[in-house]
Design a protein around this ligand. Structure first.
Ligand code: ATP
Ligand code: MG
Length: 325
């Protein structure tokens, strides 16, 4: 079987993948970036999670883990933890879609890692390539990393060209692109030729995980429950309910809405402040999981949110590898 070409966006909250099936339809998947060091727990129903060994260290990916490692550190993109998550994501993809185990991937780095003031950061790209070469025991996949792209900018490539590489949206002036992720919001101002105006490129330490943290704070304060783990918190955010035990389910939509409004306000004010002085700005493009979650707050003239914005970078990575490199 031939290698499967996949765009893989390795975020600190979720690993997103996008590939085209035989019918040339997008297949998109996401896997939570939840991993902890050590072996899988053995329970009455067998072991929980998947175990991997990388560089002599054991790791378990367990989506119910309450003790998952914090992925919010600066060298996350080059870490063993990230390499393990990449393999885990592809393992799950291979099983779910009955694919060959040979993958050719195009992946990314946050904007502030990919570029320096002087241009493309070749050291960072090399470092990422090296991290992905580390063998991972317990993984059934063979991966070749063919392309490293800048996150955020790749999402804008996805908005401008179709899966065959043809331009689907023209651009005459600069466009501000904000990739609202879990931990960070990457902002860049892109010219029609895909170059960036460097003075407006910025990474904010704010994202959707702050909504979860803020909602967590409000809920624990108000209902006296202990700190809620991240995965449970996603469920609370999605359902607007929390199980207080003894059959009591509490509606917490007030708290989740308040938290979303607070964080959305902080993020959008900062984007406006940063891009306020860009001459001839044609519009704003929002992508990343945050664009989905904060949609009601991302209004205004000339605002564009792509379909399934969580996967825009992953689709863009694949398009760059297939059509722009
Ligand atoms: N359907 C959904 N499923 C999961 N998360 C969602 C969904 N819709 C919106 N979100 C939000 O998207 C956030 C994750 O966004 P995204 O996957 O872009 O982050 P990331 O790329 O992992 O983070 P970063 O870019 O900071 O490393 C989650 O924290 C969640 O709040
Ligand atoms: Mg991201």
């Amino acid at each position: 079987m031939s290698k499967i070409e996949v765009g893989l966006d390795s975020g600190c909250a979720f690993n997103k993948t996008a590939f085209l099936n035989e019918e040339q339809e997008w297949i998109e998947n996401s896997t939570p970036s939840l991993v902890r060091s050590g072996r899988a727990n053995i329970t009455l129903s067998g072991s929980q999670g998947y175990s991997y060994t990388c560089e002599g260290e054991q790791w378990t990916t367990d989506e119910n883990a309450v003790d998952a490692e914090d992925t919010r550190f600066d060298s996350f993109s080059y870490s063993t933890l990230n390499t393990v998550l990449t393999h885990h994501t592809l393992n799950k993809l291979m099983t779910a879609h009955d694919l060959s185990n040979e993958f050719s991937i195009s992946t990314g780095l946050p904007l502030n890692h990919y570029f320096t003031e002087q241009g493309v950061n070749k050291n960072a790209i090399q470092r990422k390539q090296t991290a992905l070469l580390k063998p991972v025991e317990g993984s059934g996949v063979n991966l070749v990393c063919q392309q490293i792209c800048p996150e955020g900018l790749a999402g804008w490539v996805d908005a401008r060209i179709d899966r065959l590489g043809h331009e689907k949206a023209s651009q005459s002036h600069a466009v501000a692109v904000a990739d609202i992720g879990g931990r960070t919001t990457d902002i860049c101002v892109v010219q029609p030729d895909y170059s960036l105006i460097t003075e407006y490129t910025s990474t904010l330490s704010m994202g959707c995980l702050d909504i979860a943290a803020e909602a967590n704070r409000l809920i624990t304060q108000r209902y006296g429950v202990g700190t809620i783990n991240m995965l449970a918190m996603y469920q609370v955010l999605a359902s607007g309910k929390i199980d207080l035990g003894r059959g009591k389910v509490q509606d917490v939509t007030g708290e989740t809405q308040q938290a979303t409004r607070t964080i959305a306000g902080r993020i959008t004010r900062e984007i406006e402040r940063l891009t306020g002085k860009v001459p001839h700005l044609e519009g704003f493009c929002y992508l990343g999981g945050g664009a989905e979650q904060l949609k009601p707050f991302l209004t205004g003239d000339s605002t564009y949110i792509p379909e399934r914005p969580r996967f825009a970078n992953a689709r863009g990575f694949l398009k760059i590898m297939q059509h722009l490199s």
